[in-house]
Design a protein around this ligand. Structure first.
Ligand code: FAD
Length: 488
């Protein structure tokens, strides 16, 4: 059989390994770290378990699909449950809003808490669903870089309807046209952060994201988010894929303009094709640094998505008013994004996202305690003085949570760990510590993501959050699907 070499065991690299093994390739995955998963990792500290990166699981069908392709019943390997409510929202003015999965119930909740008519919420979701129907098979499920995609009838139909995808105003402007209440505009603006973008600049096409969460639902994997990684690695291994840990790839070896293999731990491993799951910027700048003329400069200079600052806190108390997902909104959302995107800094009243997996998986924390994953959006790493930014943000976050929950949170912290843009960059080779590859702050972003195959080097493919169709677990899984289709 032909041999496929995969660089990196992030979720997309693992999915590519599964798909290629099913097709009969001999698959070898080389991973720098001593563990798989990349950003989708976990750790334990003083009796608390924390999912290190992603915490929101959407579009589970893309995980199930991998088990089904392998002829297995997904639920025998990987189980998850649907969330309802999905998330609790806390506003500085004292408003509390519960996002129910059922959208009629959510509409009534919006009307009861803010006075914004339930009917507006219905119209909003109809618009969101319309954008999805026009865009999904063009922007998400296929290669944008292949003539074949554009010759398909459903693509052409979509192209004729592009006027309806709202690409020429910002998400924020569009949201203001649907809602008068600032709190609800803020609620829907927040979806820009699902791919690390800025709602005041990102095209309103991204208002498709609420549809993905609302229509397809939000889920919790029974074993925590990390069970996505562990379940998929197990599946890949059962199909014969081999994982080599502590194996940083330092070069992609070419023979002319065709891939010959990879350079790992002082030796060459030969293969018929290479799939890089390493961030595209580092793939070129580290693994192909000998070939600057082959670098796609314009694509590599695209603005990166935002990064994150996370405090993992073991909390010696449980809070009934909190759920698995909780948002504590900033009072001035525009100022918050201005700090992230223009000033490359952190404002003193950031929106705080609090995830508590022990709400669904009690053994993630000791009895009557909770494992808090406390995250704010921050700029990508451009060499800021992170130590002082982090110290200041920690104070702001503690003040905010203590104020809105009526309890001094600093006294409840039993154990602490921190992840910031520098450590995200060094642990997963993500350029500037960005969470989702390039940002989507322009209407051309979708076309300026790197393709899933090199146009200059034969048998070189790319998957993961920094290439088409973009970041986040579902899109990373789709990138692997597109790669597997291209290899056909
Ligand atoms: P990565 O996870 O980036 O992994 C790449 C792997 O390649 C790493 O293991 C790295 O060590 C390895 N590697 C790199 N270079 C080499 C080399 N030269 N040789 C060998 N190995 C190499 N997504 C969601 O869907 N929902 C969320 O709620 C969510 N929240 C997030 C919160 C945080 C804090 C973070 C960091 C991310 C979040 N994301 C979320 C995004 C999601 O985690 C990523 O989009 C996705 O996991 C990226 O997967 P990937 O396949 O691109 O690889």
């Amino acid at each position: 059989p032909k041999k496929a070499l995969i660089i990196g065991a992030g979720v997309a690299g693992i999915a590519a390994a599964i798909r290629l093994a099913i097709k009969g390739y001999e698959v070898e995955v080389y991973e720098t770290n001593s563990y798989p998963g990349g950003k989708l990792n976990q750790f334990e500290q003083d009796g608390y378990r924390f999912d290190a990166g992603p915490s929101l699981f959407t579009m589970p069908q893309y995980v199930d699909e991998l088990f089904e392709l392998a002829g297995k019943k997904p639920s025998d390997y990987f189980r998850y449950q649907k969330l309802d409510p999905v998330c609790k929202y806390f506003y500085e003015d004292g408003t509390r809003l519960i996002a129910y999965a059922d959208f009629n119930k959510f509409g009534s909740e919006v009307q009861a808490q803010t006075g914004e008519p339930a009917h507006s919420v219905k119209l909003y979701f109809e618009n969101s669903s319309r954008i999805y129907n026009i865009t999904n098979h063009v922007f998400l499920e296929r290669s944008l870089h292949r003539l074949k995609t554009y010759l398909r009838w459903d693509t052409l139909k979509s192209v004729f309807r592009f006027g309806k995808i709202d690409a020429f105003r910002s998400m924020h402007r569009a949201n203001q046209s649907f809602f008068k209440d600032k709190r609800i505009v803020q609620f829907f603006d927040r979806y820009a952060t699902y791919n690390g973008s800025n709602p005041y600049h990102a095209p309103a096409t991204l208002n498709v994201i609420p549809h993905l969460e609302q229509h397809f639902g939000a889920y919790f994997p029974e074993g925590g988010m990390y069970s996505i990684t562990s379940g998929l690695v197990k599946l890949a291994e059962s199909l014969g894929a081999k994982f080599h840990y502590n194996c940083p790839v330092t070069e992609i070896v070419l023979d002319g303009k065709t891939v010959k293999g990879i350079w790992v731990n002082e030796r060459i491993i030969e293969g018929d094709m290479v799939v890089s799951n390493m961030d595209i910027w580092f793939t070129y700048h580290k693994l192909l640094k000998a070939y600057p003329s082959l670098h796609p400069q314009k694509i590599l200079s695209q603005e990166r998505s935002s990064s994150a600052l996370i405090f993992y806190w073991g909390i010696k108390q449980s809070f009934k008013e909190l759920d698995l997902h909780n948002i504590f909104f900033s009072a001035d959302y525009e100022a918050e994004f201005d700090h992230i995107w223009q000033q490359k800094a952190i404002c003193d009243d950031p929106t705080v996202y609090l995830n508590i997996s022990s709400k669904y998986k009690p053994n993630d924390a000791p009895g009557d305690c909770e494992n808090w994953f406390v995250m704010i959006n921050v700029p990508a790493n451009a060499g800021q003085d992170w130590d002082s930014l982090i110290a200041r943000a920690r104070e702001s976050i503690l003040n905010k949570l203590s104020r809105l929950l009526g309890k001094d949170i600093s006294k409840l912290i039993a154990t602490e760990s921190i992840l910031d843009p520098r450590s995200i960059e060094s642990r997963t080779s993500s350029y500037q510590g960005s969470l989702y590859g390039t940002s989507s702050n322009s209407q051309f972003a979708a076309f300026l993501r790197h393709a899933n195959r090199s146009s200059k080097i034969k048998e070189l493919y790319f998957c993961g959050g920094s290439v088409h169709p973009g970041g986040g677990i579902p899109l990373c899984l789709l990138s692997a699907k597109i790669v597997s289709g291209l290899i056909d």
